[in-house]
Design a protein. Structure first.
Length: 245
C-alpha cells in the first residue's frame, strides 16, 4: 500500500480546497464513531432503510462489514448474507457510511469541496461510490465504479441533471489508488481526479442545497453489471474523506 502522511497541512494554491478550512475529516485512524459521526445501519436513500433491491443492489447494511485496522484505512467487505430480498435474490452483507441519522448530522453545502481517496476494486459485483443524499432530490455522485468497465468512472449530478462517463486507462483501473473530489457550486460543479479538474457540469446545485454524505460498497445484482461470481468476500478500501468549507 502506498505510504501516506497523517498530518493534514493547508492545501496548496493549486488545490480546489485552497482558501478553505476543514469542516469534516475522517482519516480512519481508529474506531468509527457510530452514532455521533457515522450511521452504518440505515439510510433514507434505501427503500427499506437497510436494503434497496429495486435499485439493482444486493446490499444489506451491516456496520461490522466496515473495518478500520488502525493503519489509516477502512475496508468495506461484502459477504453472502442470510436474507432473501423482496425480489427473491439473496442479500449480501455490506458496508455504508452516512452522516444522516447521527447526533452531529454533518451536511455538506453549496461552496464546499469534498474529497476522498480510494482504491478501486476488481472483483465482480463490487460497486463503490461516494455521493450525497437528502429527501430524494439532492444526490450528487462523486463517483461510481464497476470493474467490468475497468477504466471508467460514472459521474452524475441528479439535482440539475448532468453526467459523464470519465474514461482514463492510465489512472482508472482495478487496484489503482485515486483521489476523487467535487467542488459544489450554485451554478456549476467541478470534479477532480488526483487534483486535476476533469469535468464541469455547468448546472450546479443551487444556493440552498445541503445534504448528508455517503461512502459505501454496494453489490451489483447482475441487472446492469455482473453480480459476484461466487461466495468469496469482495472488498473496497478507502484512505480518507474530507470536506473543506
Amino acid at each position: 500500500m502506498p505510504s501516506r502522511t497523517l498530518t493534514i497541512t493547508g492545501p496548496p494554491s493549486s488545490s480546489p480546497a485552497y482558501g478553505k478550512s476543514l469542516a469534516f475529516d475522517e482519516e480512519f485512524n481508529g474506531p468509527l464513531a457510530f452514532g455521533s459521526r457515522w450511521n452504518g445501519s440505515t439510510t433514507s436513500a434505501y427503500q427499506y432503510g437497510n436494503h434497496n433491491p429495486y435499485d439493482s443492489k444486493l446490499d444489506w447494511l451491516t456496520p461490522p462489514a466496515i473495518t478500520v485496522p488502525g493503519s489509516g484505512t477502512a475496508t468495506f467487505t461484502a459477504t453472502p448474507g442470510s436474507h432473501i430480498l423482496e425480489n427473491g435474490l439473496r442479500s449480501w452483507d455490506t458496508g455504508l457510511l452516512t452522516t444522516e441519522g447521527t447526533t452531529q448530522n454533518f451536511r455538506t453545502r453549496t461552496g464546499d469541496y469534498i474529497e476522498t481517496r480510494v482504491q478501486l476494486p476488481g472483483a465482480d459485483g463490487t460497486w463503490p461510490a461516494s455521493w450525497t443524499w437528502l429527501d430524494g432530490d439532492s444526490e450528487i455522485d462523486g463517483f461510481e465504479y464497476h470493474p467490468d468497465n475497468p477504466n471508467l468512472l460514472e459521474i452524475t449530478n441528479h439535482v440539475r441533471p448532468a453526467a459523464i462517463y470519465y474514461v482514463n486507462a492510465r489512472t482508472i483501473y482495478p487496484g489503482a489508488w485515486i483521489t476523487v473530489g467535487v467542488r459544489f457550486g450554485a451554478t456549476n460543479d467541478d470534479w477532480y481526479i488526483n487534483g486535476s479538474r476533469i469535468y464541469s457540469d455547468q448546472t450546479g446545485v443551487g444556493t440552498t442545497w445541503s445534504p448528508n454524505i455517503i461512502l459505501n460498497l454496494s453489490v451489483s445484482d447482475g441487472t446492469y453489471h455482473p453480480a459476484p461470481s461466487g461466495t468469496t468476500p469482495i472488498t473496497f478500501t478507502t484512505d480518507y474523506l474530507r470536506v473543506w468549507r
